[in-house]
Design a protein around this ligand. Structure first.
Ligand code: 26V
Length: 810
């Protein structure tokens, strides 16, 4: 296919339009073209898909299964074209045929099957595993509704359902012949067999069919195609007695039948607050049980050896604790179906499962009421209970120094099942997602577990796929890079370091500037089209795009905007470089304060954008419905990347990496991966401010911070807070009392006021630096040059060699 000429491709497109869509070029819509191009891509990748799977079977190589409740895939047409080497040609062919390629590609509805960083990381990992020829499989849920669609109405967030499957999704293949059965509820009966062993039989269970839909994951120009398997919950065929025997279970069964559709109905939209909802537990077990049955079946097909050797052939990486029922489920299958005794089953399980932690926020830690688990998953509960018994006994006898800590270590304590504890005890590897985060796990959050199992803990700093987040989204910058250092960086992102040689090269810097300006013009017209706001494409594009959460401190950012606005009101002739503040953020539907902050940003935006007296020096843009596709539009145009979480709270961050790779300069706290970015680029190429993690943790422990003192002593802060309290933004009348109270009466839990002064001062430095074009461009190039480390290729290679013991299949 790669030798295809433009004429040949145009021919194929017109033929397919006729045969598959019944259209000619004149009558075809953008959507027709979208389906036709997708079909051409499938013609190319399907044989490679088959070949890859056969190769893995033949090599009988070890496999990794990445279990995740979220895969934030976004769109696939453009990235599939890019990865199979057809993007440029297709873009030309569409143009030749009189279509706008952008419009055709954007016919695809984003697969928004994730909340944010954790889900997008899973998608980047799949890309890197395929591109590096690793046998890596994603397992997730085919939610009929993805993350809600956000509308902003009168400044408020409104949520609409995201029915992403309304039009046929061309990338999925339903594989009903590979469906498996999942059991919920019922009773467990225990029998003693003649040989003394126990047998467990389940009775009166509610059954669900898990039907897989496979999506191809195309490696970058290496003819490898891996799979993402998404499970859909369906009703099993009815037993004849169900139709005839209207017994007392009849109504129960009918109820159950109706509830099945909900299991893969929607993605839970809250990524920071665990709410022990039974349906969510059902979803988790559904994912885990379907995936593990499928893993065991595939092992038996490819390996003649006993399941004792499963750890040589399989690692199950669990993405946060959401799939941590994998531990008891694998135990259950090994003992109840495969007839292993406890000790052997435990040895196998513990050597198959590896756990990644993505947060230390205590509100997000998953626990389930013991009773709920007992009712929904009686056999699974029995197994967890036994794991817990054995674990606690082990501490009692082998670690008497930890005896009094047993309540904080036990998997079941105070009638709650603690999933992180289960995941740590039942796995051979526990990793954090950035250096600081892993240190906090070892020294604070999971300190006692670290004492018990020091060798399990390790760090794997996150990464992103530079193919999507640079090559695909920023073609102009990419070809400029290729012009000076050659194309090898696409396969070996560390080669970007070669750009350092050009970081003072005037003609090169001018081109870099020009590319950024062009990207900003594109974004400016997009903003105008979407919002009606005219932004100055010469202004500094100051970007904060991420989920809305107090700890991410969008509030600090908007306080800076208000501060600049107040300065300009006091002195309209103030000489500042015009700035455009760009926000994108979804709040969890039930997160009241987060929604208030969205409302505040929009209020400030309408105030600032309409105030003639400030002469267009400030613009504030809130782009609604932030998702992967919107991120792809914003990131290439960013000058400033806002990464300003309260230190210690952001496990890693990955938006920071995406913007750095596109030449934006980070304004950030010493949190998550920002620290590792700073270590590489050096203090002169990043703007670091604010409390350190240690200082924050110290205040939490020992007190000593009084927000009101700052209110009392800093006139700027007092003025801003009073504006919130009284709605006193000039002529406006909306009040934000709850934000005001949260800061002054709940003592500013995320240290917004504490870091305010340092943040304002840092932005003054930003402005100074921006005025010196040569210095700024040098910083920008330095950031791009060092961004190679943050490719998910590097991260995946580390997982493969240090956790998975996985080889490439070449
Ligand atoms: C948590 C919960 C809590 C219960 C309800 C549903 C739900 C869904 C998702 C989550 C995930 C929260 C953890 C998370 O997204 N962490 C983010 O992971 C990124 C990738 O490692 C990392 O870059 C971000 O810093 C971290 O916040």
């Amino acid at each position: 296919m790669s030798q295809l000429s433009l004429e040949e491709l145009v021919d194929i497109i017109t033929n397919k339009l006729e045969t598959e869509r019944g259209k000619d070029i004149k009558s075809a819509s953008d959507q027709d073209l979208y389906y036709v191009i997708a079909s051409i891509v499938k013609d190319v990748i399907n044989p490679q898909w088959l070949q890859t799977q056969n190769k893995y079977k033949e090599a009988n190589s070890k496999r990794v299964y990445y279990l995740s409740m979220e895969f934030l895939v976004g769109r696939l047409l453009e990235s599939n074209l890019l990865n199979c080497g057809l993007l440029d040609l297709t873009t030309d062919a569409l143009t030749e045929l009189g279509f706008d390629p952008e419009k055709v590609y954007s016919q695809e509805h984003d697969a928004g099957l994730g909340n944010g960083g954790l889900g997008r990381l899973a998608a980047c990992f799949l890309d890197s595993m395929a591109s590096l020829s690793y046998p890596g499989f994603g397992c997730g849920i085919r939610y009929r509704y993805g993350l809600f669609e956000q509308r902003i109405i009168h400044g408020n967030q409104i949520e609409l359902p995201d029915y992403w499957l309304k039009d046929p999704y061309p990338w999925e293949t339903r594989k009903v012949e590979e469906a498996v059965k999942i059991c919920f509820g019922g009773k467990v009966n225990m029998f003693k067999k003649n040989d003394g062993s126990l047998e467990f039989k389940y009775e009166d269970t509610d059954q669900v069919m898990a039907v897989p839909y496979d999506i191809p994951i195309v490696g970058y120009q290496n003819e490898v195609v891996n799979s993402l398997r998404l499970w859909s919950a369906e009703r099993p065929d009815m037993e004849p007695e169900f139709l005839t025997n209207r017994s007392k279970r009849y109504y129960h069964d009918l109820d159950h039948q109706h509830s099945i559709d909900q299991i893969s109905g929607f993605l839970y939209p809250d990524d920071s607050n665990h709410e022990g909802k039974e349906l969510r537990l059902k979803q988790q077990y559904f994912l885990v049980s379907a995936s593990i049955q499928c893993i065991i079946r595939s092992y038996k097909k490819t390996s003649l050896r006993s399941l004792k050797h499963l750890p040589d052939k399989v690692t199950i990486q669990i993405n946060d604790t959401h799939p941590s029922l994998a531990v008891p489920e694998l135990m259950r299958v090994l003992m109840d179906h495969e007839r292993f005794g406890w000790d052997e089953a435990w040895e196998i399980t513990r050597n198959v499962i590896a756990y990644t932690n993505h947060t230390t926020l205590s509100e997000a830690l998953e626990t389930w009421p013991k009773e709920m688990m007992q009712n929904l998953l009686p056999r699974i509960y029995m197994i967890i209970d036994e794991i817990n018994e054995r674990f606690c006994k082990g501490i009692w006898f082998d670690h008497p120094e930890l005896r009094e800590k047993i309540p904080q270590l036990a998997i079941i304590a105070y009638d709650q099942v603690h999933m992180a504890r289960l995941a740590i005890v039942g796995s051979f590897s526990v990793n954090g997602v950035a250096r600081l985060h892993t240190e906090i796990l070892k020294k604070k959050e999971m300190k006692d577990f670290y004492t018990l199992f020091p060798s399990r803990f390790n760090n794997k700093t996150n990464g992103i796929t530079h193919r999507r987040w640079l090559l695909q989204v920023n073609p102009k910058l990419s070809s400029l890079i290729t012009d000076v250092i050659g194309p090898q960086w696409v396969k070996s992102p560390n080669k970007l370091i070669g750009l350092l040689r050009y970081s003072k090269d005037q003609p090169f810097l001018e081109k870099i500037e020009q590319v950024k300006n062009e990207n900003k013009q594109v974004l400016a017209s997009f903003i105008h089209e979407r919002t009606g706001i005219l932004v100055d494409d010469q202004s500094i594009f100051d970007v904060q795009i991420k989920r809305l959460h107090e700890y991410k401190r969008q509030l600090l950012n908007i306080f800076h905007v208000i501060q600049l606005y107040n300065d300009l009101k006091d002195n309209p002739n103030l000489d500042i470089i015009p700035r455009t503040f760009i926000f994108g953020a979804k709040a969890a539907p039930s997160y009241y304060l987060a929604k208030e902050i969205i409302k505040l940003i929009n209020k400030v935006a309408s105030l600032v954008n309409h105030d003639k007296t400030i002469q267009d020096k400030l613009k504030v843009v809130f782009l609604e419905n932030y998702n992967v596709s919107l991120a792809e539009k914003i990131i290439p145009a960013a000058d400033i990347s806002e990464q300003i979480s309260t230190a210690s709270k952001e496990a890693s961050g990955t938006g920071n990496m995406k913007m750095m790779m596109n030449g934006a300069i980070t304004v950030g706290t010493l949190d998550g991966a920002n620290i590792e970015i700073r270590d590489l680029v050096g203090d002169r190429n990043i703007f670091i401010f604010g409390l350190t993690a240690e200082e924050v943790l110290n205040y939490y422990h020992n007190g000593g911070y009084v927000a009101r003192d700052i209110y009392n002593t800093d006139d700027r802060v007092r003025r801003i807070l009073n504006q919130l309290n009284y709605g006193d933004f000039g002529s406006q009348d909306i009040e934000f009392k709850d934000i005001y109270y949260n800061i002054l009466y709940h003592n500013d839990p995320y240290f917004v006021l504490k870091d305010f002064d340092a943040y304002i001062e840092t932005h003054e430095l930003v402005e100074q630096a921006y005025r010196d074009k040569a210095t700024w461009l040098n910083m920008s190039v330095t950031n791009i040059a060092y961004s190679g480390k943050f490719s998910s290729d590097r991260t995946i290679q580390e997982y493969a060699s240090e956790i998975w013991n996985l080889n490439q299949v070449l």
